[in-house]
Design a protein around this ligand. Structure first.
Ligand SMILES: Cc1cc2nc3c(=O)[nH]c(=O)nc-3n(C[C@H](O)[C@H](O)[C@H](O)COP(=O)(O)OP(=O)(O)OC[C@H]3O[C@@H](n4cnc5c(N)ncnc54)[C@H](O)[C@@H]3O)c2cc1C
Length: 468
């Protein structure tokens, strides 16, 4: 049954705040990108929403915390957005946070290869995929043979675009890896190392020889659409929870909803175990027409004391879904060491280095080095990871030797994203067999890898299901 709603007015209206916390229309469990975007969409449509978040801070896998020594708000890992994150930008506009990210005019990245050679790939503002082709043809990091090999991707990219538009044609097969797909389409080792592998690692968080190709084809189809800005990179200009999560909370509460942190939710079932009886946090229980779970795949089973038979298949698949880690090493120097917001370090364990000046301010000398698909280094000690990150940075940027490393920290996210190796269990749809219970989260079947955009699309979808 759909919720009866009155859309929110353009100016804030005086809602009965207590009703959202006692008689919500919809309960959203989890306050990451998925849960908050669902709650904001519902709030915009006039629903009274109660958001329950287990942790003491908002943001889930995209959050920040104060550094113990410097007090600086440090992200749990650098996040980048792409111009093609259309629903994410819509969400940020809804909550008045669109200025908390800075979108580049087009795809442009500086790369330092394993020999220390620094070059720049800059795609001109031409329609896609011409801008990428033109950018690669101009890129002096590559031999002419490498540059021309790019043309082998023209047909697969066209097919990926068609697939996105609904054609039954498949750009890549389910059982091939990104690496196999690129080799099959004639991409040289150098072009893969400098362009495709860093792109795939950033987008999929899994090694190209492990990740399934169709999701990469989908990412490329979204990036290389008619709008040249779709492939451009956007960087947050605030610590992650301030960038979107706190503005979302403010929006929801201003319009009569409630956001509770430190609230681990459990779902109670009726006697027949075929309907939700209520959502509990400690001794409190709420009922609502709809409950949206936006918890990650690894937390779904724990939502229930008793497993509802209607969700047996979904919970079983969620349990069997693998995870892929990200390791971030934060390095503080006694002076500025990078003269641009980020550089790619292809072929190294730490594949990107970000200068946090954009977030922390001009006086900062804090770099975040990121290792995606980091399964091989996850178990290393903090000291070893810091040494590795520092040495790789010095190797790529010898002038950094003049700067003194004054502090370093490590952030491990062992379950940063769900695994997308071929053969992983199927991802679930938004609607479930349990009446009134909906799923959101980056791992829902959006067709995208585990990204902010997947989370937001899933959240919007779940909200629309409550409203329809
Ligand atoms: C280090 C790192 C770097 C990344 N980089 C990028 C990037 O550059 N670009 C990009 O697009 N994506 C990136 N991602 C992926 C992106 O962060 C995720 O896809 C996205 O944040 C997932 O959002 P979500 O809302 O689906 O899940 P989550 O953020 O995991 O939110 C789920 C929330 O549910 C809460 N919860 C769980 N159980 C309960 C319960 N019982 N009761 C109440 N609450 C509960 C959790 O505490 C959590 O806050 C990165 C991820 C990591 C970890």
């Amino acid at each position: 049954m759909a919720v009866e709603l009155t859309p929110v007015e353009p100016t804030p209206v005086a809602h009965d705040v207590s009703r959202a916390s006692t008689h919500p229309d919809v309960i959203v469990i989890g306050a990451g990108f998925a849960g908050l975007s669902a709650a904001v969409r519902l709030t915009k449509r006039g629903a009274r929403v109660l958001v329950l978040e287990a942790r003491s801070r908002l943001g889930g896998r995209a959050t920040a915390f104060p550094d113990r020594d410097t007090g600086e708000l440090v992200d749990n890992g650098q996040h980048i957005l792409m111009g093609c994150y259309t629903e994410t930008f819509g969400f940020l506009r809804d909550i008045g946070a669109e200025n908390n990210v800075r979108l580049e005019p087009q795809l442009a990245v500086t790369m330092i290869d394993r020999a220390g050679r620094k070059t720049r790939l800059a795609c001109p503002t031409l329609p896609a995929p011409l801008h990428l082709v033109a950018g690669v043809l101009e890129w002096d990091a590559l031999s002419w043979r490498d540059r021309w090999s790019m043309l082998g991707m023209a047909t697969p990219l066209k097919n990926a675009r068609r697939e996105l538009e609904g054609s039954p044609l498949k750009a890549a097969s389910m059982d091939e890896t990104v690496e196999n797909w690129l080799i099959r389409n004639g991409q040289t080792p150098r072009l893969r190392e400098l362009l495709w592998d860093p792109l795939a690692l950033a987008a999929l968080n899994q090694m190209p020889n492990q990740a399934a190709a169709p999701l990469f084809a989908r990412v490329l189809a979204e990036m290389f659409s008619d709008d040249p800005r779709a492939a451009a990179i956007a960087l947050p200009t605030k610590p992650l929870h301030l960038m979107y999560a706190e503005p979302a909370r403010e929006f929801i509460e201003r319009h009569g909803g409630t956001v509770r942190t430190g609230a681990t939710a459990k779902i109670g079932l009726n006697a027949g175990r075929d309907a939700v009886a209520g959502v509990k946090v400690g001794g409190e229980t709420w009922t609502a027409g709809h409950v949206i779970s936006s918890v990650p795949w690894f937390a779904l089973a724990e939502l229930f004391d008793e497993e509802p038979p209607a969700l047996h298949g979904v919970i079983d698949r969620a349990r069997r879904t693998g995870s892929s880690p990200i390791v971030t090493v934060n390095l503080w120097f006694d002076r500025r060491v990078l003269d641009e917001p980020f550089v790619g370090l292809p072929g190294r364990a730490m594949q990107w280095a970000f200068d946090k000046r954009l977030v922390v301010g001009e006086t900062a000398s804090h770099l975040s080095l990121v290792s995606s698909g980091a399964a091989e280094i996850l178990a290393e000690t903090n000291e070893a990871l810091i040494r590795r990150a520092h040495e790789e940075l010095l190797d790529a940027l010898p002038p950094v030797r003049d700067a003194k490393l004054v502090r370093a920290t490590v952030v491990r996210e062992p379950r940063a994203t769900f695994s997308i190796t071929p053969g992983q269990p199927a991802r679930p749809p938004t609607r479930t067999e349990l009446p009134g219970f909906l799923l959101a989260g980056d791992w829902i079947d959006t067709g995208l890898p585990a990204t902010i955009e997947s989370a937001v699309r899933s959240g919007h979808r779940a909200a629309e299901c409550c409203i329809e």
